[in-house]
Design a protein around this ligand. Structure first.
Ligand SMILES: O=C(O)CCC(=O)C(=O)O
Length: 191
């Protein structure tokens, strides 16, 4: 029997997923802006990852643990920041970093918890879907059965905060088609 309901996974506390958070016109505008943005390969302790990024606002260095203030957020992203802020009932000035990431087909992001200085993470997906995975941070709880795996669709928003931020890791399986994400982060204690 076909079911009319999409069964949502049992997300950890603090994780939320909102499909169709933006419409296709909004997605198009964001992708147009991204196409004008210079992206570079993400560097992790001297290792060049396949994914490409551009960071605005506060940038965290995984090499030396420093947080530095970089370029201003491009104005073309204002409407998105306002929309996410409204959804979260969070003052938009609290968003301290805007990261654009490009995943060419086959690109992954490995298991990690987000960089220490950041608090709330809001991820908007563009152009492609991906398989998003969550697992506990605690190694003793990291069995195969602990992995929560689900599709994150283009134009959706996910939020990671609270226990999902502090006690869980996330990763993305190799993407089938090119995917872009915009990740907005607040700083712990704000700016
Ligand atoms: O592309 C995404 O949605 C995930 C981004 C991410 O996990 C990160 O930048 O640390």
């Amino acid at each position: 029997m076909n079911t009319l309901f999409v069964i949502e996974p049992n997300y950890p506390e603090g994780f939320s997923y909102i499909p169709d958070f933006i419409n296709s016109n909004e997605e198009k505008k964001l992708l147009e802006e991204i196409s004008k943005t210079e992206l570079h390969h993400f560097n992790f302790h001297g290792f060049k990852a396949n994914r490409k990024v551009a960071s605005f606002g506060y940038d965290y260095s995984f090499d030396n643990g420093n947080l530095t203030k970089g370029k201003e957020f491009p104005v073309a992203f204002d409407f998105l920041i306002q929309k996410v802020s409204l959804y979260l009932a969070e003052d938009s000035v609290h968003f301290a970093e805007l990261l654009i990431t490009e995943y060419a087909p086959g690109t992954v992001i490995n298991w990690h918890r987000d960089a220490p200085p950041f608090d709330i993470i809001a991820g908007i997906s563009l152009m492609g879907n991906c398989t998003f995975r969550l697992r506990p941070q605690d190694k003793e709880k990291q069995g195969r059965s602990s992995i929560i795996s689900f599709t994150v669709q283009q134009r959706s928003l996910y939020i990671i905060r609270g226990p999902a931020r502090t006690s869980w890791q996330h990763s993305i399986a190799p993407v089938k088609g090119t995917r872009y994400s915009i990740t907005l982060r607040t700083l712990k204690g704000n700016v």
